[in-house]
Design a protein around this ligand. Structure first.
Ligand code: KG4
Ligand code: ZN
Length: 334
């Protein structure tokens, strides 16, 4: 047979996921068990709770992935699993499931970088053209990555402190919004006015790095000072003003990097790619240029295993395999 089927497994944070993907481009099944409800009352992901949920859910999502695909193990060509970065206890569940299955079913094993997965979530919708510039914005990452070919990643900029999603979640907590805060702020922002002048960290002139901790502190101080004066600011306006600072910096730096590196395509990946304000601003910036902009559909922006299978397919085609010493690596480099 010429068609290749990759089983993907993802357990790096708070979603237990399994998926089967054909030729790195077509989703045959995609199952995600979210733990959001279990972490909500703690206001964030509790690593120990996450690990325990993964243990409970992993066989369930794997079975469901095969059931949805109406497929048996014989057709599977390789198993791709997220090896890092992420929470070590969470990653270990997926890595060990992948290793055990690869051994039992005698299939090649492929370790995948979580961010490579987020990037390849875009390939379900359109073929890549290089050089390609990827903006990765998630709860743990804010990076600009240049790709000169499949599986080749060059870091051109990254956050020096908080990740974009982390800033969203922290500001949301200050506004007493439920976890995860990103979507909540996004919603409020649509109803507010950009009336508060929060800082934008442009850093050095030619830098593609990011910084969100100053913005975060400025939001804290603004809320604190207002309450000291006995005033209360509109949550909608805070959300809109905060979001406009984040979105302006992300959009402008992505635009400048695309010019500098002659990008043929710009893609956006990670949970914050679901942000309506960011999607709108990027679409406006790249809309009347000849650089195509790709943003995955909402369910493929957040963590899933189809993206891991898609990235793993490239590694598989390049003939690279992981050994039985594959291990969870919480700080794996791209
Ligand atoms: O990629 P992801 O699912 O997990 C990580 O790998 O981190 O990203 C989760 C992050 C969270 O910080 C969440 O608040 C943020 O993405 N997020 C959003 C939106 N949807 C999810 N941030 C802003 N606006 C959104 N609509
Ligand atoms: Zn992610």
């Amino acid at each position: 047979k010429t068609d290749k089927y990759i089983l993907g497994i993802e357990t790096s944070c708070d979603e237990t996921a399994a998926a089967i993907v054909e030729n790195g481009k077509d989703i045959i099944s995609n199952v995600v068990a979210s733990q959001i409800d279990s972490h909500k009352r703690f206001g964030g992901v509790v690593p120990e709770v996450a690990s325990r949920h993964h243990v409970e859910q992993i066989t369930v999502v794997l079975e469901e992935a095969f059931e949805q695909a109406n497929m048996t193990w014989e057709k599977i060509d390789a198993i791709a699993v997220t090896e890092g970065p992420g929470l070590v206890g969470a990653l270990l569940v997926g890595v060990n499931a992948g290793k055990a299955l690869a051994f039992a079913k005698q299939k090649p094993l492929i370790g995948v970088h979580h961010i490579a997965g987020h990037i390849y979530a875009n390939r379900f919708e359109r073929e890549f053209e290089f050089p390609l510039l990827a903006l990765i914005v998630s709860g743990g990452h804010t990076e600009l990555v240049l790709m000169n070919g499949h599986g080749s990643y060059e870091l051109v900029g990254e956050t020096r402190d908080d990740a974009a999603g982390e800033a969203y979640d922290k500001v949301a907590r200050m506004l007493e919004l439920p976890y995860p805060g990103g979507p909540q702020i996004d919603q409020l922002a649509a109803e507010g006015e950009e009336s508060i002048d929060f800082p934008k960290a442009w850093l050095e002139n030619d830098s593609f790095d990011f910084s969100f901790s100053g913005l975060k502190s400025s939001v804290i101080n603004t809320i604190h000072n207002a309450s000291q004066r006995g005033e209360s600011l509109s949550k909608e306006d805070i959300a809109a003003s905060f979001q406009s600072s984040v979105v302006d910096v992300l959009t402008t730096k992505t635009w400048k990097a695309a010019q500098k590196y002659g990008a043929q395509q710009v893609i956006v990946a990670g949970g914050v790619a679901a942000n309506q304000g960011l999607r709108k601003a990027l679409a406006a910036k790249f809309g009347d240029t000849n650089i195509p902009l790709l943003i995955p559909s909402l369910n493929l922006c957040t963590d899933n295993a189809a993206m891991i299978a898609a990235a793993g397919f490239i590694t598989y085609k390049q003939g690279k395999r992981s050994g039985w010493d594959l291990n969870a690596n919480p700080s794996l480099m791209l």
